[in-house]
Design a protein. Sequence first.
Length: 1104
Amino acid sequence: MGKRPRENETGDRGARKAPKGFHADAEPAAVHIGSAVQLRQLLRFTQDNPEQLRRGQLAFKTFLNDIANVKSESDDIRAKAILREYLDGEPTDMQQTWSFASQTDNERLVTAVTSNFALLLKTLSPLLEFRERASAVARSLLQPEQLKLFSRGLTAESHKEAIISPCLRILTEILPLDGGSCAALVFKHQGYLFNTRFLDRNLRLSRASGDEDRRNSSVRSNTIRYLLAHLRFQDVDTRIKIADMRSTFRNWLENLKNDPPELIHSTLKIIETNILREDAVPRKFKSAIISDRVLASIVDHIRSDLHDEANNSSDTDVALKFLRSVCTNPDLGVLLPCSWYPSATGKRDDELIERSIFEAVDPTGIRNPILSKFIQHLRPHVILSERELLLAVFRAAPELVADFFRKSAERLSLQQKLTNTWIGYSSMVYSIIDLPIPHLLGATEEFRDEPPPNENAIENILPTPLTRPILTKCLNQNSDMITFFALRIMVVALQKLNHLVEIYGIATSKGHETYEDCRLQILAEISQKLPTLKDIALTFKNTHESKHATKEAAAHLLSLHQSLFRSSVVEEPYSFDAAAPLASAITLLQSKDGQLDPDDRELLELQLTHLLDIAEISRRMEWWQRPGNLEHSAFMTIVQLCVNKQSSSMLLPKLRSTLALAAFEHGEIFQQRTDLSTMDVLLASLEGDDLWTPIPETWRFINDCVNRCIKRPIKYLDDLDEIKESLSITRPVLSLFVMVLLEQVPFTSRMDDAERRNILTWVSKFFTGLLAIKEDKKILKRVKETLETEGFKLPKSKIRDIMPRIAQNNGKNHVDSSVDRQETNKTKNAFEFALDEAPQESVKHPELIRHSKQDVEDLIFAGTLQNLLLTPCSAYPEIRKQGFAALESIVPRIKESNIDGKEQYWVLIIEVLETARSSVDKNIPMSFIAGSFAVSALKVLSDPSHFMFPMINRYLMKDPYWNVNKLPEFFLDKALLDVPDEEDKYWPQLEWILEMFLGGIRRAEDVHVLESRSCFERILNIVNSPEVTSSVARLVFQLIHRVVLVDGSTGLIMNAGLSEWLAICGHGYRWRGESLAELSRLVEERADSARLKEWNGFGEELSE
């Protein structure tokens, strides 16, 4: 315990001692320098008077500042002359003063001397006449003794900023002197002047407040300027060595966000120009410099600028431009070219292919780990510039899309709350989905043997945050914006899926069968992530007609859903009927004609276009019946819209395409053999003018005539035959619709005179148009005479009045629909069908490995079981044996499972095994007809509501194995002779059977199965039906083409009269086209001419 202070006489303790005061020495007064002698005297070194040395340094500083801020030319000349004379004397006093101050730890003097050296070099640098003198000063400072002083100053204690910074400024001024001639000399003394020990430490010495200016920079800022000078003025080899200083760049760039904006600007510009864009710098050094933390630091700087209105937006633009360049340009060292394929994908065996495509993607397989980590730091849902950057990264590195959603799934919430965050997330997801698919899926010149992993493809189309529950809830929200966003996201996703399906189809056609398996699996998985068709249709129904944007989006989604998941749409219990919505849209368009806002009208027409697409796909659509509250049939209502002059140029092509499709399905009604079809004449004849306009009675008359022709075509064909016989005409060019008019025009006698006159005027215009397009003149004249005999004289109608209107429709009479996406668009008046090669068996059979890794549900619905059912048909004995064993191993798994319909699956596989057993024992492949039936039956059994489900079950219950030679006969008998189990399923049943036959023709042995029991003759006769649909006829022609490809044309010519049948089809008008001509050529080319001559009775001539 310390002693108490002694009390004085008054009893008070003495006052405490005053603390010692530390008063800074007063700054010496500045001295005006008038001559070089005076300057030399002031700077002369002496150890006895340090104060005199400080006064001399202050005077020199003032002198140098006066040169920089000279006000008159005479003063400038005089000051430069004094400085020139002083430097010519090669003074060393300042070096000695620096050494003395350092030895005596006179920090204030050290600061004064080093600051003056930096100021001197800064003053001399821009003066051309002082170039040599500046270099001399610089070289004098790089002598061994001064190098030690530099080293001591640069490694001074962290708080001695006044000592460290001047040394850095001196070196920074030395580097650019004389075009960088001294730069190599500075780096030569790297141990003193450029070692990572003091650079790393000094880069961490920033000011806590962050406030600084150029005249009072922090040690970190001065160190950065020193580094930038090296990058600017060193040669390439030296820059490569500098780039290898990883710790220095880490301390520099990862903390860039707190630096002054102008310094950040310079840093980004110089690093990009002198390192990243320098081809001589190896990529590994570039990658080491730019890490994800560096990129994140730049983003943080941009964000701070966005919140600080005082900052210049140009600095933000520079930073954004740097980020975009680094993240999207592979030459800058960060980005590695990639696609949807994982980095390890190459030539692998079947097991590796299997694991890559069908199992979860390994996150470590990412080729761009730097960008993968960096994009997680972005806030694209909040900041638009960061969203644009993210999208640019995804375009350059498509592999990162799936990686981004995998890593951000937890924080990326799309729960149904209408907040700014939800809107930001939704618009971001929409933008990401809308990105294009990589060319060839990332391959260089041609498709790879296997597609990218399904997970990557699915994440790019419908990412993880978009699940069926979330999307369904979005559709059922009261908020219109949430519903609209959800619909638009799903629309753009299905548009992208449609493009991907087309790409996979192209790859499959080039012999890569794995793509087809993946296509089916992707469709299956995405259909499970989307809301059900019923939910989408309910959203469309519940959306008020005044909300045109939402209504159009819902219709577009329905259209895409039905075109992509066509089989599931047709087969699922709920099927969307487009008739009523189509009627409502048309009614709204007609009732508010001229009252709608242009934007609303455009949306309504788009909605109508989507509904027409749905109607074209739907087998339930009845074009000739009156849906909803329409006055006429759907067909005639669309004709009215086409004639209506208010219909836009966007809607008209679709309306004409739909009419052409409907007429094409019933080719006898409106002939299409002429350059301009009867449909063109019908549309042109109904356009009003100043003299005539169709009245409601005329529309009803035409509608009634069309319906009669559809319902009773045979009756009118008989009427046409009678006229042909009376006129001795064999093949007239005439529409069956004319026969209906001949019958129905007399009934107009019951109408008023005005109504009858209006109808007869239209009939006259119609007949005039038919003559103009060169329909049979004799028959038309006979019809006209017959009508006049009965008292119905047709008014005259000039050809020049009708021809311009017909010409306006030239080229519009073609079917351009989504009925069959595998077909090319049909050209005008031509029936075309795809002439595809038969699928070739792949040498790889991943299903032989895959089946053991999948559960029963995935086995059935992912396409694996379908492929296994085809293995007994393989041309390779080993594949047949392995496939047979795999099917046997699946039987008990299915029997023990809880999957719905397992009994049917079990029966199907058992019967395939029993049918294939004899083929396997004989070491011959099973017919592909049986394999194709097994695959088709599996798809039907997967959906009990399928219209073929009863017929398939009847066949499976018939025998424990299949007599393959009788299989085609069974299904043809059931389809052609029996009444369908469901109404209006006659042609769909035939279409299913023909598709099954088409998939089963791959070898000559398969043709023999169809040749037995006159199956081919019955198939060819289907096309002769006047009611045959174009899709069924198209399958018949494709089946013939497939038979020809496997050298079966000779048998068809001899046994089924194929040549004559093709000739009849060619002379007709409904099936003519380039495809039919090409098919006829192939039949003749591939037939065995010698055998045919012998069969025709020319055998003796041939032998001679």
